[in-house]
Design a protein around this ligand. Structure first.
Ligand code: SF4
Length: 298
């Protein structure tokens, strides 16, 4: 397969319009980082034009070096303690009913950044009580105490991506592990949270491995699944193994629903936070998850 040229179905919308300009101004004004920019997301144009962005907390330098990810790797600078309030302000200004927050991995911190995560969730909730908060977190090296710090702040959706099938974890995620990520997710599910995960296709995974992964994750009780096409951010990153067709993505959506997921978002341009507000609407049928997870065990 020729993977040097992108197929037509991967052509994304270019950034433009007043919505895009407003988000751009807000991100600059509040000195925020977004995963949309740092990970070179192909949906930036569409999402920002709709007035949404995925804020990345804890800086923009990651202590890990996943071979699929465009976020800069290195030694992060010190903690920015004003960040939670600025993020809360930005969410208020964007007027979001559903916000998605993510972070780099901060393995050099004793709590992996869990304290800042909790402060950010609480700051957003105080300032925006009607906004559903979705968190896309690192694995905290599987430390239950740190995961609990995040969960105790009561996010509405707890998201952690396994990214790929078990066999490809090492080449793709380097410092992460399939069983550890599943443990993180199961822990959140065990506490009654709405739990979401995601994988990329086009990294060399085989059909039976995708099936097994979806069965594993559904068996763990995951509620929402995203499946998207891997895109190589630079020549230093893993090459694309194949372009997965829209038909195949539809197949995996049906397969995921058949093995027990409540919502499966599957398509070439799908990313964790792509249309996250609509996924949560489909999952709850009400589009507002605060009540549900306010009841989750503390
Ligand atoms: S941990 Fe996350 S941000 Fe860091 S390199 Fe891996 S995918 Fe990118």
């Amino acid at each position: 397969m020729d993977t040097t040229r992108k197929p037509a179905w991967l052509r994304a919308r270019l950034p433009s319009g007043p919505g895009y300009a407003a988000v751009r101004g807000l991100v600059d004004q509040h000195k925020l980082h977004t995963v949309c920019q740092s990970a070179q997301c192909p949906n930036l144009g569409e999402c920002w034009s709709r007035g949404t962005a995925t804020v990345m907390i804890l800086g923009n330098i990651c202590t890990r070096s996943c071979n699929f990810c465009a976020v800069q790797t290195g030694r992060p600078t010190e903690l920015d303690l004003g960040e939670p309030a600025r993020v809360a302000d930005a969410v208020a200004t964007m007027g979001l009913r559903h916000c998605v927050i993510t972070s780099v991995a901060r393995d050099e911190l004793a709590d992996g950044g869990a304290g800042v995560w909790a402060a950010t969730i609480r700051a957003i909730r105080n300032r925006n009580p009607a906004t559903a908060i979705e968190v896309l977190v690192p694995d905290f090296k599987g430390r239950t105490a740190d995961i609990d710090t995040v969960l105790d702040a009561r996010p509405d959706i707890f998201n952690h991506n396994v990214e790929t099938v078990e066999r490809l974890q090492k080449p793709v995620r380097v410092q992460a592990r399939y069983d550890r990520s599943r443990g993180v997710l199961r822990h959140a599910k065990g506490r009654g949270f709405t739990v979401k995960t995601g994988i990329m296709l086009g990294l060399g995974e085989r059909r039976e491995e995708i099936e097994r992964t979806l069965r594993d994750l559904a068996g763990d009780g995951m509620d929402i699944l995203t499946i998207g096409q891997y895109l190589q951010p630079t020549k230093q990153h893993l090459p694309v193994d194949r372009w997965v067709t829209p038909e195949e993505f539809r197949h995996w959506r049906e397969f995921g629903l058949s093995v027990g997921f409540g919502v499966v978002e599957s398509g070439p341009l799908v990313r964790s936070s792509y249309h996250a507000d609509e996924q949560s609407l489909r999952y709850t049928g009400e589009g507002h998850l605060n009540t549900r997870n306010a009841l989750a065990s503390a």
